[in-house]
Design a protein around this ligand. Sequence first.
Ligand code: OAD
Length: 266
Amino acid sequence: MLVYNVVIAMNRREGMCVGVQKQSVYLKPNSLFIIMKLPEKIVVLSGAGISAESGLQTFRDNDGLWKKYRFEDLASPHAWARDPELVLEFYNMRRKKLFEVEPNAAHYALVKLEKKYEVQIITQNVDDLHERAGSKNILHLHGELKKARSTVDPSLVYELDHWKLKPGDKCEKGSQLRPHVVWFGESVPMIEPAADICSMADIFIVIGTSMIVYPAASLIGFVPQDKTKYYIDPNAFQVGDVSKLTVIKKKAVEGVPELVNELLNK
Ligand code: OAD
């Protein structure tokens, strides 16, 4: 009887299984090998600029939030300790707006990339516009506006289906709920998984971020030097000595669909 042993050998970087030879000693002489090449991995780092055309304010542009408000007064543990109502009000205002806006052409274009590539989005944004556009793999570096969290047990996180988080809204352990966002002066718990993801990127795309807030801005440094990188932002610039970086000085709604088409036709 003819026996086919089918081995699917996959390895992201080389497109073939390391150690096939070693394993082949267990196979019948007429074994059939199928060597499959995995799709390339695209990692996207997005910032407030990708959501600007949807109607959400960025932070440091002329009409940005941090031009109007002091982040120390609204987005820090100190602010929360001093005036939690003011902090809740600030995030309520932003959450209310988030319920009113829609994803834009840039968010939707990134979803199309999934037809050909493995796509992982790392976003600094607390909005849910990547999710609503349909992207599958999204890591939120700075938290999520539509979630609230316990102030005594950070593992207690709740989805909010309404915009208003009020004084007196409590977790199941009886403590006041706070916005599930990273404040200035707090650690960024997702930075390590994000750095690991970046180190495995074949293509890295930065969209709509000033690249001045750390540790998020350091992520590009984890992408291997020989991998292709793009930076789409009207104010994009050559980031330090980052190699193989193409700077695209365009709005996200224009630059992202163009790049996506280029990558899909590659
Ligand atoms: P910034 O406000 O610092 O930067 C916004 C970027 O978006 C700028 O580089 C603009 O040029 C660009 N931009 C504006 N309009 C755009 C458009 N239509 N298309 C594409 N780009 C556009 O926002 P972030 O870099 O996201 O953190 O800020 C990083 C972090 O700082 C935020 O996650 C937030 C903030 O404080 C926390 O709250 C912890």
